[in-house]
Ligand binder design. Structure first.
Ligand SMILES: C[S@@+](CC[C@H](N)C(=O)[O-])C[C@H]1O[C@@H](n2cnc3c(N)ncnc32)[C@H](O)[C@@H]1O
Length: 267
């Protein structure tokens, strides 16, 4: 895989570090030093690229840029409690579970779960998203509020299909596996289509980075693997989406926009 990177000249060292890290993940990073990366520059260079500027490392495309900005989540974290958060009830976060988030993405759900007490392993298979997560975690370790629970977050670069398979083979058990795979195919339900018109900038860029629906692995296999190693499997879905792997859950928590389907594997 190849990726373009624009960086402001003063961030040459950060670019070189990123280039070596991505080379380890088998991505060739082609760099171009730029005097100033501003909105106009991004509009004039709409193709997908990584960007390093005073905001740190971001992913840019179509004139927008985004990053898994964990610091921006702090106000939400401060409002969150075990009682108020549906995800906390679904994953029983009050019991400080060992938890694998097998579809890390921007890590926002895991950030909340780690804050509320879970020991989280975040697994992400996309190399660009993975380096964005690594960068964000390193930033969070410097933040006075976030650093207090960063030791509960571990990042793992892997495809969860093989990672979970390995845990099955080693007989390793965890309390919870959390799954939030990409949305179901557009034609699977109308509500998902409606929502996609309004997805936030972050989600729009995520959709550009990740494969098209047709070639996408929708995560059905993950449910089967997760059920072999976890006491509970929690699947986040858009509220009206079809069940993952067509399997009806043992319990559900319904929110306005999304729901959590719970599976309690027997034995
Ligand atoms: C909808 S996003 C998850 C969003 C996340 N819950 C959050 O709060 O930011 C789905 C992510 O799962 C990743 N993913 C999907 N299948 C995966 C697999 N088998 N192994 C690892 N990562 C996977 C995709 O690359 C994508 O980044």
């Amino acid at each position: 895989m190849q990726m373009q990177c624009y960086y402001q000249a003063e961030y040459e060292q950060a670019f070189q570090q990123l280039k070596s890290r991505l080379a380890e993940l088998k991505v060739q990073l082609n760099g171009q030093a730029v005097e100033k990366i501003n909105a106009r520059f991004l509009r004039l260079n709409p193709e997908m690229a990584l960007v390093i500027d005073s905001d740190g490392l971001s992913l840019a495309a179509n004139g927008m840029k985004m990053q898994p900005d964990w610091r921006a989540e702090i106000p939400r974290l401060k409002r969150a409690s075990l009682k108020s958060e549906m995800i906390a009830r679904a994953c029983q976060l009050g019991e400080k579970p060992s938890l694998i988030d097998a579809t890390a993405g921007l890590g926002h759900d895991s950030l909340l779960m780690a804050y509320l007490g879970a020991e989280v392993r975040l697994v992400e298979r996309h190399p660009i998203l993975f380096v964005l997560l690594e960068y964000t975690k390193a930033q969070a370790e410097q933040d006075p509020f976030l650093k207090s629970f960063m030791s509960r977050i571990q990042l793992i670069y892997a495809d969860s299909n093989s990672y979970l398979q390995q845990l099955v083979q080693h007989g390793e058990q965890v309390d919870v596996v959390y799954l939030d795979p990409m949305f179901p195919q557009r034609d699977q339900n109308q509500q998902a289509v409606k929502k996609q018109a309004q997805v936030k900038k972050q989600m729009q860029l995520l959709h550009l980075l990740l494969p098209e629906d047709g070639e996408m692995d929708l995560g059905d296999q993950l449910l089967h693997l997760a059920s072999q190693i976890a006491k509970r499997v929690i699947v986040k879905r858009p509220r009206h989406a079809v069940y993952l792997a067509d399997q009806s859950p043992d319990h559900q928590w319904l929110g306005d926009a999304c729901r959590f389907d719970a599976y309690f594997p027997k034995g």
